[in-house]
Design a protein around this ligand. Structure first.
Ligand SMILES: Cc1ncc(COP(=O)(O)O)c(C=O)c1O
Length: 398
């Protein structure tokens, strides 16, 4: 039979980029494609110990159902982390999610009717667009420069979009560009959200992976009207396989997200919540994050050095102060998707994410996102050299 799908499925479609990236999974290809942390840095021994221990808790507690908003002890620990980061809160203000990705889905489902407008950075995180799509939003986009979202342009965008309901932003080391929203623009963004009565969805998985510069206040810490939904995640600082993220928001918003949590999956895995909680009790997450910062800082330098050495000089790369990605800008007219399909994958044996999929409205083909956290420094050099060679050869043919 041919199922008659609901209208919300109209834009829930596999992307051509996804199919292209699947080719990058070939082990003989050096992939700068995924947003994966370095698996060699996973605290596997410690996780082994905490899983062993939680499985032996009295009454099989870690194997039982748990409160749908999350284990109280873990919510309390996350509230402690948030308080230390300038967002004073208690366990009651924290909702545990199945990764921060679930918070993107819930925020859209809770706030967006078909045709309502979500305002995003341009480019923005592809996974957020995937999460928002079933809620059938329209988009309004705001360009990004070295200081993040152009809030001067945001003002006009909001004025022109009376159906705007939510501003989605990744303020720290944005995915895909790596740029960070400046303090002045953080304040401006909050002031504009207040003026236009909008929700701000602040997505911060990379926030603590900072190599340089001073940490900037979260949007949530600047929020005086309870309109920021802050999303955090253990994916990049602990392991993504635990699938533990969280939301911190005003009581009403959080309670409604909690209702969607019950509807979606009842609760996040008790076992994983218990293991994460015991990990935080037994081990020093902050020290682990220092190790990650040092390793990723070295890898970022290795990638930027290789880019300077091997890529044609007019191709620019962002120099992020943290996070996992740099963003390449090629000359106008260059098609990074076609180049990946025809040259980078089959000839250079290198994968990246072509930039076009990160633009909600008007794809711009002359960009690529490169990840430096997953490959080794040696693979970074080899892969960028191969990419550079292929780009030079491609140019000499034009
Ligand atoms: C900006 C951004 N938000 C959310 C996520 C989802 O992360 P999680 O593993 O916490 O669901 C990612 C993952 O790469 C991301 O880059």
């Amino acid at each position: 039979m041919t199922p008659r799908y609901a209208q919300r499925m109209a834009k829930v479609q596999p992307s051509a980029i996804g199919e292209l990236l699947a080719l990058g999974a070939d082990p003989s290809i050096i992939s700068f494609g995924g947003g994966y942390p370095d698996a060699t840095l996973f605290p596997a021994t410690q996780l082994d110990a905490v899983f062993h221990e939680v499985l032996r808790q009295p009454g099989g507690a870690a194997m039982q159902y748990a409160p749908s908003n999350g284990l109280p002890r873990l919510r309390d620990q996350i509230a402690g982390l948030m308080t230390a980061d300038g967002v004073p809160c208690t366990a009651d203000d924290v909702l545990i999610l199945q990764g921060s990705q679930q918070g993107l889905d819930f925020a859209a489902r809770m706030l967006i009717d078909p045709g309502d407008v979500i305002v995003t950075e341009d480019p923005t995180f592809l996974g957020a667009l995937i999460a928002f799509q079933p809620s059938q939003p329209d988009y309004a986009v705001v360009p990004v420069d070295a200081e993040g979202m152009r809030t001067d342009i945001l003002a006009a965008t909001l004025a022109a979009n009376p159906r705007a309901r939510m501003i989605y932003t990744v303020p720290d080391f944005q995915n895909p560009t790596g740029v960070t929203l400046s303090l002045a623009r953080r304040k401006e963004l909050i002031a504009l959200a207040n003026r236009h009565d909008l929700i701000v969805l602040e997505d911060t998985p990379y926030r603590h992976i900072r190599f340089a510069g001073e940490s900037l206040p979260t949007l949530k810490s600047l929020d005086t009207e309870g309109r920021v939904i802050h999303l955090g995640s253990f994916s990049k600082v602990l392991v993504p396989g635990l699938r533990i993220g969280w939301a911190v928001a005003s009581p009403d918003l959080l309670a409604r997200m909690g209702l969607l949590k019950v509807a979606a999956d009842t609760q996040t895995s008790t076992l994983n919540m218990a293991a994460a909680s015991l990990f935080l009790d037994r081990y020093d997450l902050a020290a682990h994050i220092v190790t990650l910062r040092q390793a990723y800082a070295r890898k970022k330098e290795a990638m930027l050095d290789a880019i300077r050495q091997y890529l044609p000089q007019d191709i620019t790369a962002t120099d992020p102060e943290g996070g996992l990605f740099t963003w390449l800008t090629f000359d106008e007219g260059f098609d990074a998707t076609a180049f990946m399909r025809d040259v980078a994958l089959p000839k250079a044996r290198v994968a990246y994410v072509p930039g076009e999929s990160f633009f909600p409205l008007t794809p711009r083909p002359n960009h690529a996102r490169l990840n430096y956290s997953a490959p080794s420094e040696a693979m970074i050099r080899t892969g960028i050299a191969a990419l550079g060679h292929a780009l030079h050869a491609h140019r000499s043919l034009r």
